[in-house]
Design a protein around this ligand. Sequence first.
Ligand code: SAM
Ligand code: F3S
Length: 457
Amino acid sequence: MKKLYIKTFGCQMNEYDSDKMADVLGQSSLEHGDAMVRTDRPEDADVILFNTCSVREKAQEKVFSDLGRVKALKLARPDLVIGVGGCVASQEGAAITKRAPYVDVVFGPQTLHRLPALIEARRASGRPQVDIRFPEIEKFDHLPPAIADGATAFVSIMEGCSKYCSFCVVPYTRGEEVSRGFDDVLVEIAGLAAQGVREVTLLGQNVNAYSAPMPDAVDSADCADFATLLEYVAELPGIERIRYTTSHPKEFTQRLIDAYARIPELVSHLHLPVQSGSDRVLMAMKRGYSVLEYKSIVRRLRRVRPDLSLSTDLIVGFPGETDADFEATMKLIDDVGFDASFSFVYSARPGTPAASLPDELDAATKLARLKRVQQAIDANEQRIGQAMVGTRQRVLVEGAARRDAREMMGRTDNNRVVNFAGAAEVGALIDMDIVSANTHSLRGVLPGPVRALPVAA
Ligand code: SAM
Ligand code: F3S
């Protein structure tokens, strides 16, 4: 068996794409070898892939330093295939093979299914291959059926982004929004459910922009929106929980809010990126909503789901962000009570409109702002975790605990990790008493006789 090493940078979309790369190479039989298995040791690999991210400068630069490191492997073994995929590949294209001539293939997020053919062409021609087009959504027609790995699974429902926030490269690297076929998505999820998946996370840059013709549509205007898709997914036998990421506040329709009242499988946890708590900054970011509109979505959601917990994405130090703008972000964190976030200092990305805005704020102030944001959100996380102590929570058992393999772990509806002693079946939904809260996890106790077992501190 040939071996494949994949290094993934960036978001969950990239994690998902990396799994799909392994699937296509796992299935294909290349001319000079058979199907491949994954390894976590680059030095053992026959193919090394970097699935890259260019959302921030640091992630982009990291790719080139990591590439430099595998150069020695290539010199020692000229047969080794080195590939660069993802958003840096999309943005840089053939420039990558100029800067790093030992790279054999460069492919984008929408052409990863062509990897076997690209590797083959590289071997046959002796020349590096570059394919970073956005060929609509043909990718999904060429991917092998999804294989379940445990009780939870990710399923991509749309690709790309058409929002063009002024700071973001994604629309340029992943292309415009394209939705996957309605039936395609349902067939994949039904297949995963039949293999034991109980919780599905629907993936896309803006899943709530989902729009695809219904199979029995009489005319092309008869499209399923995201709320309709959720209803159908919830009907699939075996699917007990539905999560999704990411959604955009701009398209958070009343129909989607109403779905929370009708669909119990939709979890009471939502990741809804806000980016800033200042209207002035939101406008400069071209986000398309105001703080009041964002809060109105949250208020309406909490009317139907009082226990809804929210996480978000935040950018600090956007060009022109004043102290007052930043304080407005701090206030929003407090008002909404976000319990987790992906928060970063703004990073100017070449080719985006915001990159040409004057940026006078010093790095130390930006870092100090980031620290305050993170401290506030950590404090919320602690507070909400403590408030869960003494409650009973439905936990989906996922497998062995990360820190202690003798224990097991699962997740609550609001996405909190619960560690517990005793044995339970992976995929089981168990009502557990929460007995304590640590920094990033909770401790639960299995119901019934197992409860008598001593619980590690
Ligand atoms: N679709 C999502 C949304 O609704 O905003 C965002 C997807 S984007 C790939 C993930 C996150 O990266 C963004 O929410 C933003 O916080 C962050 N991000 C994007 N561009 C950035 C930049 N230039 N500097 C810092 N953070 C950035
Ligand atoms: Fe980027 Fe804004 Fe789309 S953050 S991914 S352009 S919603």
